[in-house]
Design a protein around this ligand. Structure first.
Ligand SMILES: Cc1ncc(COP(=O)(O)O)c(C=O)c1O
Length: 441
């Protein structure tokens, strides 16, 4: 089934009487002229809708489910507060993300701290601030955390990140549960068992369960079934050998979203059905008590809520070869296309009804030939000043944005009920040198 381009935009997107795109009741062309471009718009209603849909699909099938949002997809204090309102927890991967969550008064006991190289300082603040779970990734961290907890005369609640050896058939940069990965303890090499034995023997660690994350943008839910089967078999063996009771099972994130009209993913309900049914069946078969189920989606919550806006500038047409059209952003605010060949759709916000009659390639303004946002897309005839809107840009673009080529990072706006609010101001040229020491005598 092919989707329509409009359906990739946030939930309440429409084309208004002027033929302009309107998101959250706001005319996109007006928003662009008010705040400038490149600009990222987040639609508040879409964020609420995604949180509710994911919670409901899992909770109706498995009541002891907890949904936590993976902040790496996009983090902002207002988003963190919204997630709290929606009853979600948070997956953070650094002291920096943790401090943003804390600044937004997010309840620390609902925070899960991931990462393959947490520093002593990060572990110290995690314990000081009362982070709910620390997901231990390697032996070095296991010992370090035990020592930090001992010095603080406390016990850290932990999950062990294991690597189940399942290939989710996604891009290798976002495939994390295979044997050759920097994350987690592999089961097949017995390193998971070694780590578990050690964790149980550490007096300042309280091992509550296991975690895996097999990858991101996983279109077919079946690899989750396989990973759950392998992990629960491991848990059953560990129960027999070390009397470990698996209280919590965190199956990571990774649910795919549609970036283009060609690639509709399966609905959240299918992921929920596969994950919960395999958990129920496998625990029953293995005689294990049913653990709490934790899922940690990032992309599937924030990506569909975000839209990137660019202004069209110059162009270069090479007869019989290619028609490049240039925009005022590119790989500095969205590295995904050059990094792993990510594909996007676009609409011209001020020509939303016009016929898509020209094949163009949308290139950014950065000094790299690879700075192409979209290869070969049919769009209405474009001219300088038109506003190009790329849907599904709310995950992994802003958090990976850079100042490459001295580009100030874009502003971010939240829209809702016909109002647009600036939630992150555009960087200025002064910002570019704010951390630099101007003179060394
Ligand atoms: C441990 C962990 N959990 C959750 C996620 C979120 O994945 P996604 O944004 O694809 O849902 C990631 C992403 O890399 C991750 O590494």
């Amino acid at each position: 089934m092919k989707l329509s381009r409009l359906s990739l935009f946030p939930v309440a997107t429409e084309i208004n009487s002027q033929g302009h795109l309107a998101i959250g009741g706001c005319d996109v062309v007006e928003v662009a002229s008010l705040f400038g471009t490149p600009l990222y718009i987040f639609d508040e209603q879409t964020l609420h809708t995604r949180c509710r849909e994911i919670r409901s699909e899992f909770e109706q099938r498995y009541s002891n489910s907890v949904v936590i949002y993976a902040c790496k997809a996009f983090i902002h204090p207002i988003l963190v507060s919204l997630l709290n309102e929606e009853g979600l927890g948070l997956d953070i991967v650094s002291g920096g993300e943790l401090s943003i969550a804390r600044a937004a008064d997010f309840p620390m006991d609902k925070v899960y701290f991931h990462g393959n190289n947490k520093s002593q300082k990060e572990l110290e603040i995690a314990l000081e601030w009362g982070v709910g779970r620390i997901v231990v990734d390697n032996i070095y961290e296991l010992h370090l955390l035990n020592q930090v907890a001992e010095r603080r005369a406390t016990t850290a609640n932990i999950l062990l990140r294991i690597s189940p050896g399942v290939d989710p058939h996604t891009h290798r940069y976002i495939s994390t549960g295979v044997l050759d990965s920097k994350f987690g303890f592999p089961i097949t090499t017995n390193q998971a068992e070694e780590a578990l034995k050690m964790a149980i023997s550490c007096p300042h660690l309280n091992l509550l369960g296991l975690h895996f994350h097999i990858g991101s943008s996983i279109f077919d839910p079946e690899p989750y079934r396989e990973a759950i089967r392998i992990t629960l078999q491991f848990a059953a063996m560990m129960r027999q050998t070390y009397s470990l009771e698996l209280q919590e099972l965190n199956v990571g994130g990774g649910f795919a979203v549609a970036y283009t009209i060609e690639d509709p993913p399966c609905p959240i309900a299918s992921y929920a059905e596969t994950i919960t049914s395999s958990l129920i069946e496998q625990t029953r078969e293995l005689g294990l008590p049913a653990p709490q189920l934790i899922i940690e989606p990032g992309r599937s919550i924030s990506a569909p809520a975000g839209v990137a806006l660019y202004t069209i500038g110059g162009e270069k047409e090479i007869p019989g070869v290619r028609h490049y059209v240039f925009v005022d952003g590119g790989m500095g605010d969205n590295i995904r296309p050059p990094l792993y060949g990510a594909r996007y759709e676009a609409m011209v916000a001020n020509k939303a009804h016009d016929k898509e009659s020209e094949n163009v390639t949308i290139a950014g303004k950065f000094c790299e030939s690879g700075d192409i946002l979209i290869h070969d897309i049919m769009l209405p005839p474009l001219k300088a000043g038109d506003i190009l809107a790329l849907p599904v840009c709310g995950a992994y673009s802003l958090p990976t944005a850079s100042n490459y080529n001295g580009a100030p990072r874009p502003a971010v706006v939240m829209v809702k009920g016909g109002e647009s609010h600036l939630i992150r101001r555009r960087e200025t040229y002064e910002d570019l040198i704010q951390y630099d020491i101007k003179r060394v005598d």
